[in-house]
Structure formats: C-alpha cells, structure tokens
Design a protein around this ligand. Structure first.
Ligand SMILES: *[C@@H]1O[C@H](CO)[C@@H](O)[C@H](O)[C@H]1NC(C)=O
Length: 191
C-alpha cells in the first residue's frame, strides 16, 4: 500500500514538473531567472547574432565563434537609453560557481532601436572561455531612467552581480534577456 501511494506521489510530481517546464518561460527553465535576474515582463525585442547566426534562448555556440562581440539589434524607443550587460553565472564551473557572476561586457546609454555600437562601452567585450562544463552566457537589457554618462568599471570581472549593478544605477528590472550556452571545445579544434 505504502509503495503504491509513494509511486503515485512521485508520478504526479514528475507529470507536474514536465507540464511546468513545457509551458514555462525558457529563462525560468534555464534558471536565468533566479540565478541572475528576477522575474520580469519582456517589453523590448532583442536579437543576438554571432556572424550571420541568430541565437535563441538556450542555443549552443562554440567559443571560437564568439571571439568578437555579437551583433545585437533591439527594438525600443529612440527617446530612451538602454544598458546591456553580458554575464556568466557559471564561472569557473557550473557545479561550483564561486566566481558567479563573471561579467563579459557592459555598454550603457544605447539609444532605443539602435545597437550597442551607438552606446558607451563601460567594460570591453571579452568572449566566452568556459574552462569547465556548460556555461550560460546571458545578455540582459535594462531601460535607463536617464543618461548615465560616467559609470565606473567594475573592479573585477569576477564576482560581478547584475542585480546589484542594476540597483546601484537605478535601472529597475530588465526589459529583455537572451541567453546561450557554450563549453570548451576539444583541444584539437583549439588554435
Ligand atoms: C528569450 O526568452 C525571453 C523570455 O521569455 C523572450 O522575451 C525572448 O524573446 C527570447 N529570445 C530569444 C531570441 O529566444
């Protein structure tokens, strides 16, 4: 009897988890919401391209293709300015992310509807170099309340905190987020 009800109990949990993951936001499934940002309502469209390839949430990408900054296009209002942060919550390894987060890129004062080249780079782009495991690389876009102008560079790329950064600059919740995955390429493919 106990065995049967335990079985039913776990069966129900499995079904519930399956249904949740099927219907829920890809950012929740990828734990981007939770690990890096809080729940938000996307209100701006953002697309990320490395070369000619368009990246959707959760796509895998080879680090060798990400040496140069991605092309990022965004919708949004020309009257507003936006801040873009690219961050890795899985550094140095997803099972022991003691450097969480490792920040790869920060650009502020990007006019809506344009791209990061039109903004002010606070921290230069650094391509993913995941040493161990599959890392998530997350591009987070915030809408600014005012021009930011001079923003201090974070003292270090390691142990960056997107939430804290946003709070310091009064950016509020994100307006768009895209993430992709990358892992170290086999040694033979490395240059
Ligand atoms: C990624 O997920 C967010 C949240 O659901 C969504 O707003 C965005 O359009 C998605 N983008 C891509 C390129 O998959």
């Amino acid at each position: 009897m106990l065995f049967v009800s335990l079985f039913k109990f776990f069966f129900c949990i499995i079904i519930a988890v399956f249904m949740m993951s099927a219907s829920v936001d890809p950012l929740v499934v990828g734990r981007v919401i939770g690990d890096v940002v809080d729940m938000f309502v996307p209100s701006v469209g953002m697309s990320v391209y490395f070369g000619s390839k368009h990246f959707t949430n959760g796509s895998d990408i080879k680090p060798s293709l990400t040496v140069n900054p991605p092309k990022v296009t965004m919708s949004g209002n020309m009257d507003h300015l936006y801040t873009l942060v690219m961050t890795d919550p899985d550094a140095p390894s997803p099972s022991e992310p003691i450097m969480r987060e490792y920040v790869h890129w920060i650009v502020v004062d990007i006019p809506g509807g344009t791209n990061p080249n039109r903004g002010k780079e606070i921290l230069p782009y650094m391509g993913p170099r995941p040493p161990v495991g599959i890392h998530r690389y997350i591009l987070v876009l915030f809408q600014q309340k005012a021009p930011l102008g001079l923003v201090d560079q974070p003292p270090s790329r390691a142990n960056f905190n997107t939430r804290f950064f946003a709070r310091q600059l009064d950016l509020g919740l994100p307006v768009a987020t895209v993430y992709f995955n990358a892992q170290k390429e086999p040694a033979t493919k490395r240059r």
